[in-house]
Design a binder for this molecule. Structure first.
Ligand SMILES: [Zn+2]
Length: 341
């Protein structure tokens, strides 16, 4: 049975995966939870070379993979949120020397107000002229799921996202219509609105991007703070995308108790018996996988309440072709009872 399975796998078409790394500050003096030091950043970039990763342009590679086109095997894209000055000082020289593309997600009001720890528009134009993608991260960096009182949701999104887009067009001359959710917080209605506006959008839930990924709920791996560790980063660089489709993505907003999640995962290049799922901070979950017609169905349940502002379910399984690589999927939960998440 196992042999037949492997043979079937070998003749099925090769599925591509794109890993996206997310950074904020590259500085030794900024809050460590959202920072890597310049030394750590250099170590990360050396690890990309050691792992023979191909650093790709986020815009080109994401559109290609979502369209079912070919991208390099071992593709990785580098992104920075919030346009901090330290990116210009410490990351840009390293990336320029290697001729590696990267993306900066900008909250435009902070740049307009000339906050001293932010890059200037002049510096962002400089990055752009060297091949960087300058993309949208709202005007004011709010919790987008918290609509201000007496405001319509869509008016709020319009002000935060479409007005930021206008500023990018005015200052950079071009915007790729790529969005990153502040704090990685999205809702399904927000994702659908962004789709109507012609954006693709990135969160901060972990996992690799594949052809079937939700184009407005794209995963990234945070690589700062506790996630800067080289061994876990190596595992993430080697991750692959389960063929989980957009219909399996559920709205992350909850009140304390995490709901039951049923995932139907196409069985490709992994053994359903090796599938493991975890609730972040709460350990491994009992998932009782059931395989039928090329898909495995797992039911993820968690009785405990989450006390923190955000939680996650993560599922992984080793690749049969290359057991060093893991399929990886993550579902975000947002506990709106916690105000400063
Ligand atoms: Zn941000």
């Amino acid at each position: 049975m196992r042999l037949l399975f492997i043979v079937l796998m070998a003749i099925s078409h090769h599925a591509f995966s794109l890993v996206v790394l997310q950074y904020h500050h590259v500085d030794a003096s900024t809050p460590s939870i959202t920072s890597v030091t310049p030394e750590q950043f250099a170590q990360h970039m050396a690890l990309l070379e050691e792992e023979k990763m191909v650093v790709v342009d986020l815009e080109d590679a994401t559109h290609a993979i979502l369209n079912g086109e070919t991208i390099p095997d071992r593709a990785v894209a580098i992104t920075f949120d919030d346009a901090y000055q330290s990116i210009y000082e410490h990351a840009f020289p390293v990336l320029r020397k290697k001729h590696w593309p990267f993306t900066v997600f900008v909250s435009t009001a902070a740049v307009d107000r000339e906050f001293p720890d932010m890059m200037t528009w002049e510096q962002l134009r400089d990055l752009y002229s060297e091949g960087a993608v300058i993309a949208n991260h709202t005007q004011d960096h709010p919790y987008l799921i918290n609509t201000p009182k007496d405001t319509e949701k869509e008016i709020f999104w319009q002000e935060q996202i479409i007005d930021a887009e206008k500023r990018l067009l005015e200052e950079i001359g071009e915007s790729p219509k790529i969005f990153a959710y502040p704090y990685g917080e999205y809702t399904i209605p927000m994702a659908e609105w962004l789709e109507d506006q012609g954006f693709i959008a990135f969160g901060q839930q972990s996992g690799a991007i594949g052809q079937n990924s939700h184009p407005q709920v794209l995963p990234r791996f945070p690589a700062s703070g506790a996630y800067a560790n080289l061994d876990t980063l190596r595992t993430k660089l080697n991750s692959r995308s389960f063929g989980i489709g957009r219909d399996e993505v559920v709205d992350p907003v909850i009140k304390k108790r995490i709901p039951k999640l049923t995932l139907r995962i196409p069985i490709e290049d992994f053994d359903p018996d090796t599938l493991q799922c975890y609730a972040a901070g709460l350990g491994e979950m009992d998932i009782s996988p059931k395989s039928r017609r090329g898909k495995v169905t797992v039911v993820l349940k968690q009785e405990k309440q989450i006390e923190s502002g955000r939680g996650r379910y993560n599922c992984t399984a080793p690749s049969l072709r290359d057991p060093k690589r893991f399929y990886w999927y993550s579902q975000l939960w947002i506990n709106t009872d916690v105000e400063n998440r």
